[in-house]
Design a protein around this ligand. Structure first.
Ligand SMILES: Nc1ncnc2c1ncn2[C@@H]1O[C@H](COP(=O)(O)OP(=O)(O)OP(=O)(O)O)[C@@H](O)[C@H]1O
Ligand SMILES: [Mg+2]
Length: 315
């Protein structure tokens, strides 16, 4: 059975509490914020793909990744493989959201399906298949287990995550899963990208937004994994908390704050910062271009929603 040194909890207790409070705020606000949430989701999806692939060595920039994914452009001087990696990762995220919305617990076939997308059209002999030989991780302080143990170890890890015998909270569980998974290193390639997707399946299922490990934190991330290999989870837990809090805040900042709630449109358009007429804002509301909802005969929106729209148009 998995043993875990939980001394990191002393340091992180208040952080955990704050994060779970934020998830609750988000959860209760959710039905009102569909259009804002959709925009953020798309932006994060791009960031996630760029950062995870970049950690793995993909040289497409954020902007180039966006061009590939949103405009279908090919980037001169970049390999076909790098283009596939971007597209594959995006599709893997789509599958992840589909899985997150189902009520099924994490399964071995989820793991293989995600991996299979990550390496699709790139390494067809490896995609969706557990390794059958030895691997080494550059810079790691250990050698991953023998190939003939991989299948059982992975199954045990999934049972651990699903049954949660140590009653870990969602972030702890995603973090331990992340580390144990790359320790097992079930695949010849694509372990990192796959686990950064799967840990987010665990988070998404519990109402968290995706936690994105940033390219700029690559060294910190690898150091934290090396510490975890020695049983010390403090750095990796902190990194995961920070990644979660960043995206939580992105979502929360899109919510109307206390004093700036939903108002009837005619009351907002009189304000000096709002450059649009009542007719125009009503049109935007009806077309779903701003976050708004109808109560009785009147449309309600927030000043923030209108200013967001204006900002996005000027970008
Ligand atoms: N010291 C370490 N201990 C445990 N796991 C590590 C360590 N260093 C790196 N890793 C994990 O191994 C992954 C690399 O494995 P692999 O090359 O199969 O995956 P990848 O997706 O191709 O690349 P990457 O993971 O860099 O995106 C890293 O992303 C990280 O998650
Ligand atoms: Mg690799």
């Amino acid at each position: 059975m998995l043993k875990l040194d939980i001394s990191y909890r002393k340091e992180l207790n208040s952080t955990f509490t704050r994060l779970f409070d934020k998830v609750e705020v988000l959860r209760s606000a959710r039905p009102l914020q569909q259009s804002a949430i959709q925009q953020i989701k798309e932006a994060l999806q791009l960031e996630w793909t760029y950062n995870s692939n970049s950690i793995e060595g993909n040289t497409l920039s954020l902007r180039e990744t966006q061009l590939v994914l949103q405009e279908g452009v090919t980037i001169k001087g970049k390999s076909l493989r790098e283009h596939f990696e971007a597209k594959n990762h995006e599709d893997a995220i789509e599958l992840l959201y589909t899985l997150a919305n189902k009520n099924n617990a994490l399964s071995a076939s989820n793991v293989l399906d995600i991996h299979s997308l990550v390496l699709r059209a790139i390494e067809k002999d490896f995609a969706g298949r557990l390794r059958n030989g030895a691997v080494r991780i550059a810079g790691a302080n250990f050698i991953p287990p023998n190939a003939n143990k991989v299948s059982d170890l992975l199954d045990e890890l999934i049972v651990f995550v699903v049954s949660n015998p140590l009653q870990l909270n969602t972030i702890e569980l995603a973090t331990v899963f992340h580390h144990k998974f790359v320790w097992i290193h079930p695949f010849f390639d694509g372990n990192g990208r796959t686990v950064r997707l799967l840990m987010n399946l665990l988070l998404l299922k519990e109402g968290f937004p995706p936690a994105i490990i940033l390219k700029n934190d690559r060294k910190k991330y690898y150091d934290a994994l090396n510490l975890a290999n020695n049983g010390n989870y403090s750095k990796l837990m902190l990194l995961m908390c920070q990644a979660s809090e960043r995206t939580l805040n992105i979502y929360l900042s899109a919510l109307p704050s206390e004093g700036d709630g939903y108002q009837i449109i005619s009351d907002i358009v009189g304000e000096p910062e709002v450059p649009y007429s009542q007719e125009y804002v009503s049109l935007l509301a009806r077309q779903g271009k701003i976050d708004a909802h109808k109560e009785g005969r009147n449309w309600f929106t927030t000043k923030e929603a209108i200013l967001n729209y204006k900002r996005a148009k000027n970008d």
